[in-house]
Write a protein that binds this ligand. Structure first.
Ligand code: ATP
Ligand code: MG
Ligand code: MG
Ligand code: MG
Length: 439
C-alpha cells in the first residue's frame, strides 16, 4: 500500500476524550473512529489488524475441531423466553420492535439460538460431540462504555458452543477449548493467563477467564510466574488425547492464577515470594461449562446408546476479538506509539523515503517496494511528500515491526537503514541484504 493513496488519518495530538493509552493510540494511529457511544467504525488500518486477530482465532478453533458457522445478529425475543433469559437479562440487552410490533433483540450472546438450532436438527447420540462457533458482532448496552473498543457496546466476539452426552465428554470439550485459547493468545504475541472464574449457578471448577496483563486492566490479578515459561504452541499435546488434555487442565489448575473475585489467600501464601506475580489484567476470553442449563430449559434431547433420551451437556467459549486489538496495544507500546507483534501487524514492513523530492531516493524506494510486493511481504510505503522526521514519527506511531528508511546519503553509499520497531535497533545494510532479511 502506498501511503499517498491510503486512508490513514493519523493525529499529532492525543485526543483528550481518551483515558487509556490503547484508546489514545487507536485514535491517533487511525484504527477506529467512534460513530456513537460505544460504537466504532474500523478504518482500513484497524480493520487489517481486526482481521488478522480474527484469522488466528479461526485457525486455532478449526485446528481444535470446532466447526465454523454464522448466526445472525438479530434474534427473536421468543427464543429468549424459552430459556427464561429475556426478562432476566436486564438493560444490557438492546430490545427492538419491527414494523409488525414483533419483539426482537440484538444478540449479546448466542446460547439460546445455537441450542434451538441443534435441537431441531440433532436426534441421536451419533451426532455428538460437536463444537460449533461463529465470529459475529454482539451488542451489549453497557452502562459505561469506555476505553474505546475494550468496552464497546457493539463488539466482535468469537463464541463457541459444545454439545456432549455427559459431563466427562463436556470436560474434554472444555479442555480442548482451553488448549485452543492458550495457543491462540500465544500466537498473537501476548501472554494471557487462564484464571479460575466465579463459576455461576451450577458450581464446579469449570470456568476460566483468560487475562492479559496490563496496568489499565479492570481486574486485579495474582498468578504463578510459571505461566511466563509455558509454551503452548510447541507443546506436543494433541487434540483428542484425553489423558493429555486432562493433564493440561490439572497443570493449569495446580498452577495458581486468580482474579480478585476468586483469589485465595491461603493458596497464594504457599507460593514462594519470588514466584508471586501481581498486577492488573484485561479479560480477553472466557470459557464456561454450564451442563444442562439451556438444553433442559429448551427441550434439547437426543436418543442415547441404549435408546433412552439424553439431555446434552453444554459449554460456551468466548473470545473478545475487537477487545483484543486494544488489549494487545495495552500490552505492547512505548512512548512513540504501538509496537505490533508480527502475527497481528497490519503490515510487516514500513518503507520510508526521507526525501520525496530526491529522484535517486524515490527510484530506489519504488524499486524496493516492487520487490517486497513480489516477495509477498506486506508493506506500507510512505511515499508522501512530507518531512522525513514526520514520516518516521508516523511509522513509529502505527508500529509496524520493521522499518526500511531510504535517504539520499544512504543511496549514495548504496545502503538503507533497517530498524526493528520493538527494540529500536538500527542497521545500515545494502538493499540486497535488507531484502534478504525481510523475505
Ligand atoms: P466483562 O467482564 O469485561 O464485562 P463479560 O464477562 O461480560 O466481560 P463474556 O460474557 O464472558 O464477557 O464475553 C466473552 C468475551 O467478550 C469477554 O471475555 C470479552 O473479551 C468480550 N467482551 C465482553 N463484553 C465486551 C464489551 N463490552 N466490549 C468488548 N468486548 C467485550
Ligand atoms: Mg460484561
Ligand atoms: Mg467478566
Ligand atoms: Mg466473562
Amino acid at each position: 500500500m502506498r501511503w499517498s493513496q491510503a486512508f490513514l488519518p493519523v493525529l499529532k495530538e492525543s485526543p483528550s476524550d481518551a483515558q487509556i493509552v490503547s484508546h489514545k493510540l487507536m485514535l491517533r494511529a487511525g484504527l477506529v473512529r467512534q460513530t456513537a457511544a460505544g460504537i466504532y467504525a474500523w478504518l482500513p488500518l484497524g480493520f487489517r489488524v481486526l482481521k488478522k486477530i480474527e484469522q488466528i482465532v479461526r485457525e486455532e478453533q478449526d485446528r481444535a475441531g470446532a466447526l465454523e458457522m454464522l448466526m445472525p445478529t438479530l434474534q427473536s425475543a421468543d427464543l429468549w423466553r424459552e430459556s427464561g433469559r429475556y426478562d432476566a437479562y436486564g438493560p444490557e440487552m438492546l430490545r427492538i420492535k419491527d414494523r409488525h410490533e414483533r419483539e426482537i433483540l440484538y444478540g449479546p450472546t448466542n446460547e439460546e439460538m445455537i441450542t434451538a438450532l441443534f435441537r431441531d436438527e440433532v436426534k441421536s447420540y451419533r451426532d455428538l460431540p460437536r463444537t460449533l462457533y461463529h465470529i459475529q458482532w454482539k451488542f451489549r448496552d453497557e452502562v459505561r462504555p469506555r476505553f474505546g473498543v475494550m468496552r464497546g457496546r457493539e463488539f466482535l466476539m468469537k463464541d463457541a458452543y459444545s454439545f456432549d452426552l455427559d459431563e466427562a465428554g463436556a470436560r474434554q470439550s472444555y479442555y480442548t477449548q482451553m488448549l485452543a485459547y492458550l495457543r491462540t493468545f500465544q500466537r498473537m504475541g501476548i501472554q494471557a493467563v487462564p484464571m479460575k472464574a466465579a463459576s455461576g449457578p451450577i458450581g464446579g471448577d469449570l470456568s476460566h477467564e483468560f487475562i492479559v496483563l496490563a496496568p489499565t486492566g479492570e481486574s486485579e490479578v495474582f498468578y504463578d510466574a510459571a505461566y511466563e515459561e509455558f509454551d503452548w504452541q510447541q507443546s506436543d499435546l494433541r487434540y483428542g488425547d484425553e489423558a493429555g488434555l486432562q493433564g493440561l487442565f490439572d497443570r493449569v489448575n495446580s498452577t495458581y492464577a486468580a482474579t480478585d473475585e476468586t483469589h485465595d489467600e491461603a493458596r497464594w501464601a504457599e507460593l514462594p515470594a519470588d514466584k508471586q506475580r501481581t498486577g492488573r489484567g484485561i479479560e480477553v476470553g472466557h470459557i464456561f461449562y454450564f451442563g444442562e442449563k439451556y438444553s433442559a430449559a429448551m427441550g434439547l434431547k437426543v436418543s442415547g446408546r441404549d435408546g433412552s433420551m439424553v439431555t446434552p451437556h453444554m459449554g460456551s467459549y468466548g473470545v473478545g476479538v475487537s477487545r483484543l486489538v486494544g488489549a494487545i496495544i495495552e500490552a505492547s507500546h512505548d512512548e512513540a506509539g504501538i509496537i505490533w507483534p508480527e502475527a497481528v501487524a497490519p503490515w510487516r514492513v514500513g518503507l520510508v523515503t526521507m526525501r520525496a523530492d530526491d529522484e535517486p531516493t524515490v527510484n530506489a524506494a519504488d524499486a524496493l517496494y516492487a520487490r517486497l510486493q513480489e516477495a509477498g511481504v506486506e508493506t506500507l510505503y510512505d511515499d508522501r511528500d512530507e518531512r522525513g522526521g514526520v514520516k518516521l514519527g508516523s511509522m513509529d506511531l502505527i508500529g509496524l515491526p520493521w522499518q526500511v528508511v531510504i535517504g539520499p546519503r544512504g543511496i549514495a553509499a548504496g545502503t538503507v537503514e533497517l530498524k526493528r520497531r520493538s527494540t529500536g535497533e538500527r542497521e545500515e545494510l545494502s538493499i540486497e541484504s535488507a531484502l534478504a532479511r525481510l523475505t
